[in-house]
Design a protein around this ligand. Sequence first.
Ligand SMILES: [Zn+2]
Length: 166
Amino acid sequence: MFKIHKFYLFIFIGIITMIFSCTDSKNKETTESNTQTNEQKYNWTDCQNCGMPTNDFPNWQVMLKTNSKNLAFCAPRCMFIHLADSSNNIATSIEKIDVTDYYTTQKINGETAFYVTGSNKTSLMGKDFIPFSTKEDAQNFKQEHNGKKIYSFEQIDTGVVISELK
Ligand SMILES: [Zn+2]
């Protein structure tokens, strides 16, 4: 009597272990196949106008702060095109603009900078408003590189943007 019971007990244990090992391997499969996502990440440092990663081009980068957000542009050109678009109201809410001085590659005040156009130098975007912290630097650059005009920030309106960048 006892021997038979022992025999059944062994079979019973065998079945139980089989069931458990099966469910175990199934669980493993589902966790391993669990999701690879191809989600694209948008950084605030990507250019607001063209989408380029501005940190890759520090010598042209523009950082603009409004009363509600921070915006990045890959070059002055992209900023001025964006500002010329009155539908986004950016031009009226500017708190601070940092542009990159062409000679020193330091960040300077974009609202007091001098911008040279029409020269034989282009930015990564093509024709551009090339920034300098002093009028003297802008004049030197204009002479050396066949520049056409020097603008202050306020002078660069929609008409100027269109005529200089076309
Ligand atoms: Zn851009």
